[in-house]
Design a protein around this ligand. Sequence first.
Ligand SMILES: Nc1ncnc2c1ncn2[C@@H]1O[C@H](COP(=O)(O)OP(=O)(O)O)[C@@H](O)[C@H]1O
Ligand SMILES: [Mg+2]
Length: 291
Amino acid sequence: MPRATHETSSDLDPADPIIRLVDLWKSFGSVQVLKGISIDFPRGQSTVVLGPSGCGKSVMLKHIPGLLRPDRGEVWFGGQTIHGRRENQLGSIRREIGFLFQQSALFDSMNVERNVSFPLIEHTRLGRPEIRDRVEEVLEQVGLSQVMQKMPSELSGGQRKRVALARAIVLRPKVILYDEPTTGLDPIRADSINELIIKLQTELNVTSIVVTHDLTSAFKVADRMVMLHEGRIVTQGLPEALRQSEDSYVQQFLEGRSDESDLLPVAGPAGVSNDTERRAERKPRASRKDG
Ligand SMILES: Nc1ncnc2c1ncn2[C@@H]1O[C@H](COP(=O)(O)OP(=O)(O)O)[C@@H](O)[C@H]1O
Ligand SMILES: [Mg+2]
């Protein structure tokens, strides 16, 4: 699909938003969290949803596989609606969506092989040898091959994220949702997760939706960006358009004046300050698709 060359979502190939949110509203009690969000997520691209903590990113994301229901508005996956479906009608759609949760919770009592096999045992009729092959394959895809028999407690934070990601892709989803995939990782491990997001998107030809408040990660992986603030969209478009936006909130966010402590709290290696790294990273990424 050709990359949109303009800034607004209406310029995208209208045939191909694989996921579409239309005027989504959601509140919890008296707290209005989403206030009319509309986003088209183009097929085969990575869209990063950026915004400060508490602005509603995770709430937005959970509407996609129907883990939350909107008070008002629509959620579309391909040509199918998600909103309004009953829980027992969501299974087949959820199988097409890999979800890397913020707290990539693995089952502590199961080794890596069992953790990653779990969705295959639950949702397919594959036999043991096929399951084992598939598990090996996805572990290789996430760059982990020697850990099949290890327990989660024996792994580093970055390795646990990778195992959770292997589990998220083992059913070969069309879409992968990442909720703060780099949070809590040091800059090197965070960057290897960014690389992995890009690699999986290219190799598996999936659509990626990445929610983050980490600017380095955002500019590294995004084909398109959406910025949320207090439950509304501030701006959306190509990363360059966001960078050049004159909106004062966008500028403030990009300059790190908002939420500074949240961005990259871990000191970089060899005394490299995160600020320096962040600026160095803010160069435009060469397009992977325009060839
Ligand atoms: N299940 C819930 N019940 C009540 N409030 C919630 C729930 N989930 C999220 N919220 C509230 O919604 C707001 C946005 O949360 P969230 O989407 O998690 O923010 P973030 O952008 O950091 O991911 C927060 O004020 C949060 O407390
Ligand atoms: Mg969140």
